[in-house]
Ligand binder design. Structure first.
Ligand code: SAM
Length: 242
């Protein structure tokens, strides 16, 4: 397979050496009266984050684009001509990477519960992935089986670790139910989970349905963040004897 076009944008999934990404000169943020400590810290981190700078340079809508590029560099699930569903897609960084890697013969259907600017080359839908109605619209736009179901869905953090964990796991289950109903044999499922891992029951279900299941922390995922990604490949539909 030719890599032409596939590696546009983030290249190997992140800022290259010599791009200034590793500079030690740190931007400092003056504390404004109305800015809280946490938003000052957020702003300072954004200004000093090499992936934020590189995303801007490469035209990506979010630094999250690099997470998907790095996950795919490792596990190679985004194939040219692939049919990809992206749940929790706004503002669209993952969708941009999916469109690039699937190429012009691919099909990318992106959905978010919040409005997002359309991504050229993808079908973008507004909807709550937890509802049958929204998932039916994804299915209709896809018009056939999917090769990959991605979920970067995340509910706003409450700061209460157990509540946040339960919410994320609820969204992962929604995405997995959908994936199992729409994936073609051999397909892949990639979803954001939180450290502490995937619950044993869910993991057992994944291991039954997929040939290979792993947890990956891509370099673009901040070390202090509890997120990591579940990458399951080689889907075995229930009636395939797998
Ligand atoms: C971390 S952001 C996704 C970032 C995106 N992958 C990117 O690269 O730009 C998580 C997204 O999940 C969406 N989300 C949360 N719950 C959802 C739901 N039930 N249905 C659809 N989208 C949802 C949020 O609105 C938010 O835009």
């Amino acid at each position: 397979m030719s890599d032409t076009g596939r590696r546009r944008g983030p290249g190997k999934g992140g800022p290259a050496k010599g791009t200034g990404a590793g500079r030690t000169l740190k931007a400092r943020v003056k504390t404004a009266k109305k800015r809280t400590d946490s938003s000052t810290r957020w702003l300072q981190r954004q200004l000093n984050d090499p992936f934020v700078a590189e995303a801007k340079r490469a035209g990506y809508r979010s630094r999250a684009a690099f997470k998907l590029a790095q996950l795919d560099d490792k596990a190679r699930f985004l194939k040219r001509g692939g049919r990809i569903v992206d749940l929790g897609a706004a503002p669209g960084g993952w969708t941009q990477v999916a469109v690039e890697r699937a190429g012009s013969k691919g099909c990318v259907v992106a959905m978010d519960i919040n409005e997002m600017e359309p991504v050229p080359g993808a079908v973008t839908l507004l909807g709550d992935a937890r509802t049958d109605e929204a998932r039916a619209r994804v299915r209709e736009a896809l018009d056939g089986a999917a090769d990959v179901v991605l979920s970067d869905m995340a509910a706003p953090a409450t700061g209460h670790a157990q509540t946040d964990h339960l919410r994320v796991m609820g969204l992962v289950e929604v995405a997995l139910d959908f994936a199992e109903s729409v994936l073609a044999p051999g397909g892949a499922f990639v979803a954001k989970v939180l450290q502490g891992g995937t619950e044993p029951e869910l993991l057992a279900r994944l291991k039954k349905a997929f040939a290979k299941v792993r947890h990956v922390k891509p370099p673009a995922s901040r070390a202090e963040s509890a997120e990591l990604y579940l990458v399951a490949t080689g889907f075995r539909p229930p009636d395939s004897g797998g």
